[in-house]
Design a protein around this ligand. Structure first.
Ligand code: DAH
Length: 352
């Protein structure tokens, strides 16, 4: 027979003891431990509750209510303490991870677009605007594309290992390309006319390096093949290009020249953008600046790629990017484009 007065006492003691233990817990871990001790299966409170069943109905109800009150009181004591600890933990994090937003930021140096890249983009953009697309080809090239298809005679100096880097193991058939013109052939071989392409790319020559020569440099090649293309198309197109890049209103002139892959061939000069023709240091007193080589595509090339030279004609051009970038930026030694001196690059590099 369980005495209800004694059981009431057990509940009350469990509550008072429990609240004391909760009160003395001084961190979250201690609180969890206290919880097991007070509310766990083996705790006096649980045992008291287990004894409820032995009471007669009336008393069981009354004590059952008391038991609930004790549980609720302990639960809410736990909860409020847990919240306090959690709040303190957050507070502590705020303290240790505090950021002073008024401190000056780190001044990380921003990179810049390389002046050669910038010049390539500017030139290519002009031709994209005229409906051209960009093509490319390999830097290690077969001599049949670089020399044979381009109508280079057997004795041409470019075929000599004195001028051109030959690839070991390639016999006399594989070289590092000396000009982007071979991509004219590859492009025509891979598609039917009409062709309108610009081809930016690196080329290599066995040159002694000086202020105007480096053994690796950059060219932009252009090729247009369509029905009825004439020298007038070449001149009109390249004049637009020159004015976009060097300045509106500047005149261009074409001087007869020779390239094996064009007939007729020409070199294009643009009026000096500094002195407008009167002669200055930039144009070396000439009043004109030489910009590119060009000409009408020799029918030999068209036949080589199985285009009908009776139906199609074209023009081509090629220019050195370093030279143009040097002129545009007042650079007097093109080797500076390759030494990656940050003082040079940040001075003339561009952010966009
Ligand atoms: N490939 C020539 C060079 O490297 C440049 C050139 C001249 C390209 C005339 C052409 C051209 O397409 O028609 O000097």
């Amino acid at each position: 027979m369980t005495d209800s007065a004694e059981l009431r006492k057990r509940f009350e003691t469990a509550r008072d003891e429990g609240l004391k233990i909760i009160g003395s817990a001084d961190d979250l871990d201690a609180l969890e431990e206290a919880r097991v001790k007070i509310m766990g299966r083996k705790a006096p409170l649980s045992q008291a509750r287990a004894s409820l069943g032995k009471l007669p109905e009336e008393e069981r109800r009354a004590l059952g209510r008391l038991a609930n009150e004790v549980y609720n009181a302990l639960e809410s004591a736990f909860e409020s303490k847990r919240e306090r600890f959690a709040g303190a933990a957050t507070e502590q994090r705020w303290e240790t991870e505090r950021i002073d937003v008024t401190l000056p930021g780190l001044n990380l140096p921003a990179g810049a677009i390389h002046p050669l890249t910038k010049t390539i983009w500017q030139i290519v953009d002009v031709f994209i605007g005229l409906g051209y697309r960009v093509a490319d080809g390999p830097e290690v090239e077969e001599t049949r594309y670089l020399f044979d298809a381009l109508n280079m005679p057997q004795h041409h100096p470019a075929r000599s290992p004195l001028d051109t880097f030959f690839i070991e193991g390639g016999g006399d058939e594989v070289v590092v390309r000396t000009e982007t013109s071979a991509v004219q052939i590859r492009t025509m071989e891979s598609q039917d006319p009409p062709v309108y392409v610009v081809i930016p790319g690196r080329v290599y020559r066995r040159d002694a390096e000086d202020a105007t020569h480096t053994s690796g440099f950059t060219q932009i090649e252009g090729l247009a093949v369509d029905e009825g293309i004439t020298m007038a198309d070449l001149k009109g197109t390249l004049e637009v290009f020159a004015q976009e890049i060097f300045g509106k209103g500047l005149e261009v002139r074409f001087r007869p020249s020779f390239f094996p892959f064009t007939e007729p061939s020409a070199e294009m000069d643009v009026q000096c953008f500094v002195c407008r023709g009167s002669g200055c240091r930039v144009c070396k007193g000439e009043g004109w600046i030489e910009v590119l080589g060009c000409g009408l595509v020799d029918p030999f090339l068209l036949e080589w790629v199985n285009y009908d030279p009776e139906r199609y004609s074209g023009f081509a051009f090629g220019m050195g990017v370093e030279r143009i970038a040097a002129l545009a930026n007042g650079v007097t030694d093109i080797r500076q484009f390759f030494t990656n001196d940050l003082r040079f690059l940040s001075q003339i590099g561009s952010r966009s």
